[in-house]
Design a protein around this ligand. Structure first.
Ligand code: PLP
Length: 420
């Protein structure tokens, strides 16, 4: 057992802290982010080293503490823990979260503005179901998280994408697109964005762009769905204030999760939004019939948080992932041929590689797979024009151990260098 797993420190706010089968991977519909659950701890199904998945490293799950927290949950509050949960979710955990948002972000949330969910995926599914009508248009970033695109596509809505750069969504392009959609009789109703340490690019939306997005949303009466799943995993300093925090009119629903900061198997997260919108979610059939999200997990996480274990754990994750990012950046610097470009993400799990003009990510993938390296080629992250992603590779550094990351970068570099 790693000693730091048992470290307990006062609940500091750490502001100062510095199976996809291989043929799937060639197409624009890769395996889901979760397929790897079947094969954790080893190579991919073919023994390949997977740069496919943006997963938490299972070696950093706080297993001992979660064992103790689940024991507390079931021994001290068994009747609550094993019953249907209250509609908004476990009250202790919601209070803990509200206190933490106030302490870490200066964000004051009314109890009616916070709902526990079964993670971002489930919350996004619920939000699209409840707040869109057939034929509405949902705007997404290009590129965007491919599994979120699949969730949105499960509903009879249209997708319209807006490009981004290293400062986040291009707001001029967003304005133009909105104007065009409305002029051509479309109904843009929702914008799905991942503003902090984005998946797949690692980019973070600047404060200026955040304000502009909020203004445009107000102008076009768009519901912003802010997926902020990586917010706490920053390496140098926290990202700018969330769209939700900046948005005085509460036209944003912000989604968060314990998946990246604790363990995805808990299936637990939260949604914050206006009391009216949260009420609409609570009144959906899912919660009416099944009760609030995952009471057993929520009681376990509540006990974990009450012990003061969450913030030290997050600080540890920040150190682990920062080190991995730096290892990859160093390897890229050492090995990549001229013409390949990449960013230096300030947090999260991903680096976005841009290939020289003549090189396609699918060609790199085909050769790299023969050398035991798999990844998702850029086109999968583009909702409308997959060819826009032809020259990009998503490089996740969260899951694979550092020495393997270095090997993978070496193989990629050699492959790219050898391509005509
Ligand atoms: C941007 C983004 N949103 C959501 C998820 C999934 O979150 P959850 O496990 O809470 O459903 C991921 C996981 O990869 C992600 O990268």
């Amino acid at each position: 057992m790693v000693p730091w797993l048992f470290l307990t420190m006062p609940g500091l706010c750490y502001n100062a802290v510095m199976t996809a089968s291989s043929h799937d991977l060639h197409g624009t519909t890769p395996g889901s982010e979760q397929d790897y659950a079947d094969i954790q701890g080893g190579g991919g199904p073919s023994g390949a080293l997977p740069l496919v998945y943006g997963h938490v490293d299972p070696n950093v799950f706080p297993i001992g503490q979660l064992q103790e927290a689940s024991r507390l949950a079931i021994s001290e509050r068994a009747q609550q823990t094993l019953n249907y949960g209250p509609s908004l979710g476990n009250a202790t955990l919601r209070t803990f979260l509200r206190t933490r948002f106030a302490r870490c972000e200066g964000l004051a949330l009314e109890p009616s503005e916070l709902l526990l969910t079964a993670g971002v995926s489930s919350a996004l599914d619920m939000v699209v179901r409840v707040f869109t009508q057939p034929g509405d248009t949902v705007l997404v970033e290009a590129p965007s998280y491919h599994d979120a695109l699949t969730i949105i596509r499960d509903y009879p809505v249209r997708l319209a994408s807006v490009p981004l750069d290293d400062q986040g969504l291009l707001t001029d392009a967003l304005a133009e697109r909105l104007e065009h959609l409305v002029r051509t009789g479309e109904r843009p109703v929702m914008l799905y964005t991942i503003p902090s340490f984005q998946n797949p690019s690692g980019f973070t939306m600047s404060a200026v762009r955040r304000d502009q997005v909020i203004d445009l949303a107000a102008q076009y009466r768009l519901l912003i769905v802010e997926d902020d799943v990586y917010r706490d995993l920053y390496f140098e300093g926290p990202p700018p204030e969330s769209l939700f925090a900046l948005d005085d009119d509460r036209t944003t629903i912000r989604l968060g999760s314990f998946s990246k900061v604790l363990a995805p198997g808990l299936r637990l997260g939260w949604a914050m939004g206006s009391a009216e919108r949260i009420e609409r979610l609570v009144n959906s059939g899912l919660i009416q019939s099944g009760g609030g999200a995952n009471p057993f997990s929520a009681a376990t996480v509540a006990a974990f948080c009450e012990q003061g274990w969450l913030d030290p754990h997050i600080e540890q994750l920040q150190r682990v992932y920062r080190q991995r990012r730096d290892v990859v950046l160093g390897a890229l610097e050492d090995h990549m041929p001229r013409g390949v470009r990449w960013n230096r993400p300030g947090g999260g799990f991903f680096i976005w590689l841009e290939l020289p003009e003549s090189v396609s990510s699918r060609a790199v993938l085909q050769t790299a797979e023969r050398h035991g390296i798999t990844f998702i080629a850029g086109p999968s992250f583009y909702a409308e024009n997959p060819t826009d992603g032809e020259r990009y590779i998503r490089l996740p550094f969260s899951f694979v151990p550092p020495h393997e990351l270095v090997r993978a970068v070496g193989v990629l570099a050699e492959t790219i260098g050898d391509l005509p």
